[in-house]
Design a protein around this ligand. Structure first.
Ligand code: G3P
Length: 328
């Protein structure tokens, strides 16, 4: 009888354990590079919130913004390896697949709405064709962080003022190439190194969207903000392709829906966030000025010249550019 009770008790403990395991949430870790409050980070939290809700708690999402899991190249590598399931990043992925650089083609979009149509349409599809097979990653969505503007110690009134300036550029061929076309002495470095480079006077400035200019308080050291708007930063949620492909169909649909809705959330939010940012910059002593028509025209020419890189490295560059033009 005693032995029978022990067996019964063991079976009860075992089935309780199995039941708990079956109910335990699956943790999804997402790494990002931008600080709290920025569009990228807000988008990641929104994705997590939606996925958990859609899956009725089957997935629990842990967000690691602000390079907490390492700088962008490190966490992209970890997502490819499957150490973490997802990350948010942008054209750093062009190192794996050159077409990804065209997500941020300089001087391409007339407005945020133009870019939104292209990213919700064929342009995004053409850029990503073949990317999962090549990289082991899948791009789930595309959302904007804002147009890039110059921040500098001295005011910039023409292309001449850019000549020889030590400006930080992301360590991505697209950016190094564009800086060269503008006559800038580009200083490639990861985003997380910008605050120290500014503090130590290693750079004279750089280019960033309003959200970064506010988050890193760039206007305190480099108060001149010139609204050149030369590149719209597009980031995406990336997922390990093997992990994604092994998800049951229903779960895939949840991931896709959460990605779509969180991207829409960021597109809708951006204009308001930028208005707030402009207020913060101005109140903090930053001087925001618009480039002259001549300066703008010269930037446009530099942007178009920089597209040569795409002709040389992306087999379907023309298809991508033509489709973007169709969404004007
Ligand atoms: O998508 C690439 C972009 O994020 C690089 O710019 O300034 O964020 O490093 P930054």
């Amino acid at each position: 009888m005693k032995r029978f009770c022990i067996i019964l008790l063991s079976l009860a403990i075992l089935s309780f354990g199995l039941l708990t395991a079956a109910q335990a949430a699956i943790t999804i870790q997402i790494a990002g590079m931008k600080p709290e409050g920025e569009p990228e980070t807000l988008g990641m939290y929104k994705f997590g919130e939606i996925l958990t809700k859609l899956s009725n708690g089957k997935y629990e999402v842990k967000i690691f913004p602000n390079s907490q899991l390492g700088k962008e190249n490190a966490y992209i590598a970890n997502t490819r390896r499957g150490t973490i399931q997802m990350c948010a990043t942008g054209t750093q992925t062009s190192a794996l697949f050159p077409a990804m650089a065209m997500l941020e083609t300089p001087m391409l979009y007339d407005s945020l709405e133009h870019a939104r149509r292209a990213m919700n349409g064929k342009t995004f599809e053409y850029i990503n064709r073949g990317f999962p097979e090549k990289s082991g990653l899948r791009t789930l969505n595309a959302f904007p962080l804002g147009f890039r503007h110059f921040y500098s110690k001295k005011p910039l009134t023409s292309m001449n003022d850019l000549k020889g300036l030590k400006m930080r550029v992301p360590n991505i061929p697209l950016y190094v190439n564009f800086a060269r076309e503008c006559g800038i002495s580009g200083q490639p470095m990861p985003f997380a190194e910008v605050p120290a480079a500014l503090d130590q006077g290693v750079i004279d400035g750089g280019d960033s969207p309003f959200a970064d200019i506010v988050a890193l308080k760039m206007y305190e050291i480099t108060p001149n903000i010139t609204t050149s708007g030369h590149i719209l930063i597009i980031h995406s949620l990336y997922i390990n392709e093997k992990f994604y492909s092994e998800l049951p169909a229903q779960d895939k649909a949840w991931f896709n829906q959460a990605a779509k809705e969180s991207a829409d959330y960021v597109w809708d939010l951006l204009a308001g966030l930028e208005k707030e940012a402009i207020k913060t910059i101005t109140e903090g002593g930053g001087k925001i000025s618009e480039p002259s028509p001549e300066f703008k025209a010269a930037m446009l020419e530099a942007g178009k010249r920089s597209w040569k890189l795409f002709d040389e490295t992306v087999p379907n560059a023309k298809e991508i550019l033509d489709s973007a033009a169709g969404y004007k």
